[in-house]
Write a protein that binds this ligand. Structure first.
Ligand code: GLN
Ligand code: ZN
Length: 767
């Protein structure tokens, strides 16, 4: 048996790459210095893997920004708008594509970004045109191979496979299907492979995660054609085919018949795959299997007992020589090194494994199957003990939480009356004008706000000083909102760092690392909370500031909470119970908060769920199940209040068409959504479906510093008025304003309020 992994994180244990990139962008360091940092990080990763005992180490899993963008440059898939950039300045071109470029001679926008399968990692979306051509351009793959070779390490270069690359991208014009570009793309891959093979490369890892999706016959045939072509041309090359994030599903028979050396299996997401393979008539015991046993998506220690059983199952059907022990996917999605954490409770820490520890797990699993495994048995025992402790730990298990979950009733996820009844009561209680105006929650998180929070965290100012600063910010924001005439006010979220972390820190069941960073996109990293135990709420989390804000104004103030699905989605979550159960626990804690806010006089409460859509499983047949529990969890959090209390929800970055029925099923009284950039196109789903409740389609694109003019806002609202009942329309920005500055925020909100007033005026003139 041998060990391998599919990829390693690249930002550096101390986010060295982030810092180097940002220093380079701002002109503080030159290209040589940046590349030197990159080279250092790569070598550290390789040497570490070698030391720990990874037999086949990947290369080209590193990237300065993103591996899909790297692939674009490798095959010269460069959109026309970058043609004025000097191609010999590869880095300038690369970062222009990633981030846009604006100087005296050039003004180009960045390429689009979207989420990598069901992860929180964002990749750059390749752009294809009808007459797209490809050529072998950037030599990064080869250079990295040589770099590792110079250290004495013969790596397995990783390539994003041609079909997955095409499917990840999008057609920039009508009249063709990007899959038809395979004929032009494949020859470029053959050129690259040729160069690698000539250098002595034995294995190439082809990342083909689209095999985890529902594919058409045409797509499956394209995959077949790809590997047959490569195999025919390079019969000695060992193709390591990597699918991950789910099972092969209905693509399994195709995968089993491909002329590849190794088929990789994500056994964390789908451990039943082994059985499926062994009963298939296409199973060939000479095909090697890579057993992805160590979870690349989460931070829990491996369960050696379970892994050993799976390895034994494999060994009963194929020889050990034909097996790899591996990670489920690239370790890109896990933080670097648990050893750096000094503040985590030791009891919790013993349950965890970050990337480096996962390498050790891969190596140990192999050693456990060697002849002289004596020296490793203590590791097996240690692992068993840690996992046993986790099963019974008091830190995790809270009987009253479990009790509440098992006593959940159908009515807990239902408001007392239907929307039409609630709407009438709310109209009376709130007395809002037609086209009510509001914002999504946060106001600019200025340098001052962030620095005060940091000072407080570091103990440089005391609690009173910090609280009086926050109180002051809230008061100013309330005065501002009153002055410009918004109808439903917010407190501004000045006390919050991040919409998930803020709640995680206040709830039982969450832990926080100091260095648990994972790459989100480019130089952006996130540090997801670790949701390790039963979730409960000791005391109110937001009541103090919301109540205070409400006390400052006669206008209704909207309480502001993060919803259960979003908290779940943006944390490292438990793997010892279904996600549904964890989500329901969070839902109950949020429900208690909602009820407390109502008790303290808040008549409107918003429960943000921007992450509902990204939680969708990769395979469509799984969608229904997920949507069922996710929507129910939201409803549990929202249903503890009386009819008069108005529940809002908010969603952004979403394509709503395919889940609109579920969004309606959330039964929020009001939903605010992002629609301005698409010119209200995203509203179509709500219109076609006849969305029954009230809607605030965003009229201000908060991702841009531009202030929308009165005419623009009016045009957007006219579009909305054509398709929605007047009494259902709210007027608001696309999303929270925390990333904006005050001057543009003020101008934009003034324009929003003025436009709403104008529309109201027109209505009264009509009567
Ligand atoms: N209430 C949050 C805010 O305004 C919503 C953020 C989001 O949708 N991502 O910042
Ligand atoms: Zn948003």
């Amino acid at each position: 048996m041998k060990t391998t992994i599919l990829g390693y994180p690249r930002i550096g244990a101390h986010r060295e790459l982030k810092k180097a990139n940002e220093a380079f962008w701002s002109g503080k360091i030159n290209e040589d210095k940046l590349l030197e940092t990159a080279k250092y990080l790569k070598s550290q990763n390789w040497l570490l893997q070698q030391k720990i005992g990874v037999d086949l180490i990947p290369s080209n899993d590193f990237s300065l920004y993103d591996q899909v963008l790297d692939t674009c440059l490798t095959v010269s898939c460069i959109p026309d708008r970058y043609q004025n950039i000097d191609k010999t300045n590869l880095l300038e071109l690369y970062f222009a594509m990633a981030r846009g470029l604006q100087n005296d001679h050039i003004d180009v926008t960045a390429m689009e970004m979207t989420k990598w399968f069901d992860t929180n990692y964002h990749y750059i979306v390749p752009e294809f045109e009808k007459h797209q051509t490809f050529s072998y351009f950037s030599k990064k793959v080869v250079e990295e191979y040589k770099e590792a070779l110079a250290l004495g390490i013969k790596t397995k270069p990783v390539l994003i496979a041609p079909v997955t690359f095409l499917l990840l991208g999008k057609e920039k014009e009508a009249g063709f299907n990007r899959l038809d570009l395979l004929d032009k793309l494949l020859p470029v891959y053959l050129e690259i492979i040729d160069e690698l093979v000539n250098l002595g490369v034995e294995y190439i890892q082809f990342d083909e995660p689209c095999l985890a999706l529902n594919l058409t016959d045409k797509e499956r045939n394209a995959i077949k054609l790809t590997y047959e072509t490569i195999h025919n041309k390079f019969p000695k090359l060992k193709i390591f085919l990597a699918n991950y994030f789910d099972c092969y599903g209905e693509n399994l028979e195709t995968a089993l018949q491909l002329p590849v050396d190794t088929l990789h299996l994500d056994l964390v997401r789908c451990h039943l795959q082994l059985d499926d393979i062994f009963v298939s008539k296409h199973f060939n015991p000479n095909t090697k299997l890579s057993l992805g046993l160590v979870d690349g998506r989460n931070i829990w220690k491996n369960d050696f007992d379970a892994s050993v059983k799976l390895i034994e199952k494999a060994v009963s059907k194929i020889s050990q020589d034909n097996l790899w022990i591996s990670t489920s996917c690239s370790l890109l999605h896990t933080p670097y090194d648990l050893d750096l954490e000094t503040k985590l409770k030791p009891e919790i820490k013993q349950w965890l494994a970050f990337a480096k520890q996962k390498l050790e797990e891969v190596a140990t699993l192999k050693h456990l199957f060697s002849e002289d495994n004596d020296a490793y048995l203590h590791l097996y025992e240690e692992n068993k003990l840690a996992n046993l402790n986790r099963k019974s730990s008091k830190l995790i298990h809270n009987a009253s939480v479990k009790n509440r979950i098992s006593n959940l009733k159908e009515t807990d996820s239902q408001r007392a009356h239907a929307f039409s009844v609630r709407q009438a009561k709310q109209k009376e209680a709130l007395n809002l004008p037609l086209f009510p105006t509001t914002t999504i929650g946060s106001f600019p998180q200025t340098k001052e706000v962030r620095s005060m929070r940091l000072k407080y965290k570091k103990g440089l100012i005391n609690k009173e000083e910090y609280n009086s600063f926050i109180a002051n910010e809230i008061e100013e924001s309330i005065r501002f909102q009153e002055k410009i005439g918004l109808d439903v006010l917010v407190h501004g979220e000045f006390e919050r760092n991040d919409m998930v972390e803020y709640f995680g820190e206040k709830l039982n069941g969450f832990a926080f690392s100091d260095f648990g960073w994972v790459q989100s996109y480019g130089s952006r990293c996130v540090k997801p909370p670790i949701l390790f135990g039963d979730v409960s709420r000791n005391k109110p989390m937001t009541v103090k500031w919301s109540e205070y804000a409400q006390s400052l104004t006669k206008k209704p103030l909207k309480g502001m909470l993060t919803g259960p699905v979003t908290i779940l989605q943006w944390s490292f979550v438990r793997n010892d119970q279904p996600r549904e159960t964890t989500c329901n626990q969070i839902a109950l804690a949020i429900r208690d908060e909602v009820v407390d806010l109502e008790k303290h006089g808040l008549q409107i409460i918003q429960i943000d769920e921007p992450a509902i859509r990204e939680g969708l499983p990769l395979r469509k047949e799984e969608w229904g199940k997920y949507l069922n529990w996710a929507i129910k969890a939201f409803r549990i959090s929202a249903s503890g209040v009386k009819d008069e209390t108005q529940i809002h929800t908010h969603m952004c970055y979403s394509e709503f068409n395919d889940i609109i029925a579920s969004i309606a099923d959330m039964d929020a009284d009001v939903i605010t959504i992002e629609t301005s950039r698409s010119e209200m196109e995203l509203l179509d789903a709500f219109v076609n479906f006849k969305y029954p409740n009230e809607i605030g389609p965003g009229v201000y694109d908060i991702h841009s510093p531009r202030v929308p003019s009165l005419e623009e806002i009016e045009n957007l609202l006219e579009k909305a008025k054509k398709v929605l009942p007047k009494g259902h329309i709210w007027v608001n920005p696309d999303c929270g304003l925390k990333t904006r500055d005050w001057p543009e925020t003020k101008s934009a909100l003034i324009n929003i309020v003025e436009t709403a007033k104008k529309l109201r005026q027109q209505e009264t003139e009509l009567v």
